[in-house]
Structures are given as C-alpha cells and as structure tokens.
Design a binder for this molecule. Structure first.
Ligand SMILES: [Cu+2]
Length: 105
C-alpha cells in the first residue's frame, strides 16, 4: 500500500476500490475529475540517525534533491517519506549519504 501515492490510496479507500481499480471508476461519479497526480510518495529506511540533528540534516539534504517537495522523517523508525514529482531513488540515496547516513536497501 505504501507504494501507492497517498492521494490515490485515500481516494481508493473512500471509494472502496483497490488503487489499481481507480481508472475504472464510472464516469460522471464524484471522482470523475480525478486524474492520476504526478506527485509520488516513497518511503525509505535510513540507518544511523540518532537524534534530532540527524533528522534535520537528512531532511535538509533530501529537500535539495530535484523534484522533491516534501520530506517527512521519523527518527524512531528511521522511516523517511519523500513526496514529489520525478525524483530518483539514486538521488535520494546520494542525499542521504551526503548527510552522512545510509539508506537501507
Ligand atoms: Cu544526531
């Protein structure tokens, strides 16, 4: 589920259809104007963050990645949610390493 953009999942849940069925919502319905957003949310796991400074450096580096609009870092789990448009996993990995941490494959 995490592999689908948040908005798609939200709409899919509201419509009680699986995300892959989104394109088959009948025309004329309340979702007929809904088009697949270009915004993509991907979740990564970062190894080595121990405090709020780590969170800040990771967030700072990631926000400079081309295409990234939003970065959400959870220190406890090491989970990093990156939202944006057309960013690449390689760039994300590079930014995390630039900050001094490691992306768990
Ligand atoms: Cu730290």
């Amino acid at each position: 589920m995490a592999e689908y953009p948040r908005v798609v999942v939200a709409v899919a849940m509201a419509a009680s259809v699986p995300p892959w069925g989104i394109g088959r919502i009948p025309q004329g319905g309340v979702y007929s104007d809904f088009t697949m957003s270009d915004t993509d949310t991907r979740t990564y796991t970062v190894h080595g963050m121990t405090c709020q400074h780590c969170v800040l450096s990771v967030r700072e580096e990631l926000s400079e990645v081309p295409g990234v609009k939003e970065v959400d870092v959870d220190l406890t789990s090491g989970r990093v949610a990156v939202s944006g448009d057309g960013f690449s996993d390689d760039d994300v990995r590079g930014a995390v390493e630039e900050a001094g941490y490691e992306l768990v494959p």
